[in-house]
Write a protein that binds this ligand. Sequence first.
Ligand SMILES: [Zn+2]
Length: 400
Amino acid sequence: MIRNYEYRLYPSRKQLDKLYSTFRLCSELYNLLLAEHEAAYEQTGVSLTWYDLNNLITNVKRHDARFKSVYSLVLQDQADRLSKAFSNFYRRCHEKKQGKCVKVGYPRYKKLIHSITYPQNNGAFKVVGNKLKVSRIGKIPIVLHRPIIGTMKALTIKRNRAGQWFAVFCCEIENQEPKLHPGPTVGLDQGLNHIVVEADGTVIEPPKFLRKSEKRLAKEQRKLSRKEKGSNNRRRQRHKVARVHLKIANQRGDFLHQLSRELAEKYSVIVIEELQIHNMVKNHSIAKSFYDAGLSSFISMLEHKVSETGARLIKVSAAYTTQTCSRCGHVKEGDEKLGLGDREYRCSCCGLVIDRDLNASMNIHRAGQARIHACGDDVRPSLSKAVVAEPGTTRSGGLA
Ligand SMILES: [Zn+2]
């Protein structure tokens, strides 16, 4: 199991100079590799391989002494990053051709990268006391607010927009014996502004302080727009805005970490809908609240937490969970369908009247249970069928 641990760094003036100079050189190298890649593709129609890129780096180092000030594997990492950017690009092109709704972006030139990576732990970095010793940079003061677990494999040093520095250690942890989780099972409906827990209909909303910080953000952003371009005042204000952004991100992160931990400890099986982010983001007003709730990061946190508590996370298809009656299985179609504004589900078949999200969470729960029962423990069946295969479910119209 691979885990990332993040710690705050407090580099000195001198170390900052070295870090920034490294960032600049790495950006320059990255852009140079990208340009060479493009030129090669134009001339021959073939992309440069990872080996070609690394040969290029060796050449660059030979002719430009500035690059000798950077640790060699950090430079090589730029080739890794570019290769990765291109393989992501090709993969998305392929997915788009197959009709998937994905955004395809060609790798871009970088103004300044925000992180460097020491991809191997071969003595290039080491934690000694409360200092992080990094090759070519120095001994940077580090705050080890929690112990580093496992074997350190790689180090990334990054800077956020508010000018704070962090070390991220990529650690390998031995897999632990799977624990048996005794808790009940649950279905979660991730709404735009809330998360519904099924069992007792508990509605969990993002805490109010987030709204408050957001108002502050809007205020600081308005101030920013009034400052003269290029002025010192504007620079200071931009810094202020970045800090508010950071605060919101931290608050949201804390809240979601706590929530996912609680859920993973309480329930043995958590069933959620597979998010269809790309469809949702098209609608602008929804997009905002969707990101407010930070749902995709919530899901990845849940994934981490269940792996620690021994619970299971099951993702089911989002199709029909809103339109299906959780009591009789009737599916609304055509004009009868619930719109985005409808808060209540009224079944025309069995007369059930229920909160829209609670209804959805019950359907999600049931689809998850069907998956477990139909397929034993470790099999991953096709998701859309799980809903249909549920015994006792009847459907009208061209489904199945
Ligand atoms: Zn019904």
